[in-house]
Design a protein around this ligand. Sequence first.
Ligand code: RB5
Length: 148
Amino acid sequence: MIAIGCDHGGYGLKQEILRYLQEQKIPYKDFGCYGEAACDYPLYAKAVAKEVAEGKAEKGILICGTGIGISMAANKVKGVRCALCHDCFSAEATRLHNDANILAMGGRVVGPGLAVKIADIFLHTPFSGEERHQRRINLMEGEDGNEN
Ligand code: RB5
């Protein structure tokens, strides 16, 4: 299951991504927001991030105006590796190298065609599993015995 959320700046693009998920029969849970009234992106970021960190969702997608605020907020949740991607190369690379578990995009930055392609790549690219990438993820997650 894919957890998805947005703020008002990402609402329109989220509708396009929802259409793609439905067409592809990819199960999802929509954590809001549900309209274009101004709202606070950290609330939706935290809801989706928590779902992913607790293993209830396999991956997440977060959309705000720029993708910046919502990705910053998601990355405050331990175990979340949220990648802000506005191109296909980054979407593939962050799955292969960082095992990113949440994709963030900006609804005021990318058009729907590119955004759907980015989401498709993100959802279908597996982690490479290579030792050097896993080691770096472990270091990032503080699983090396050090706090830094
Ligand atoms: C809302 O206007 C906007 O600040 C928000 O969607 C996002 O871009 C923040 O990073």
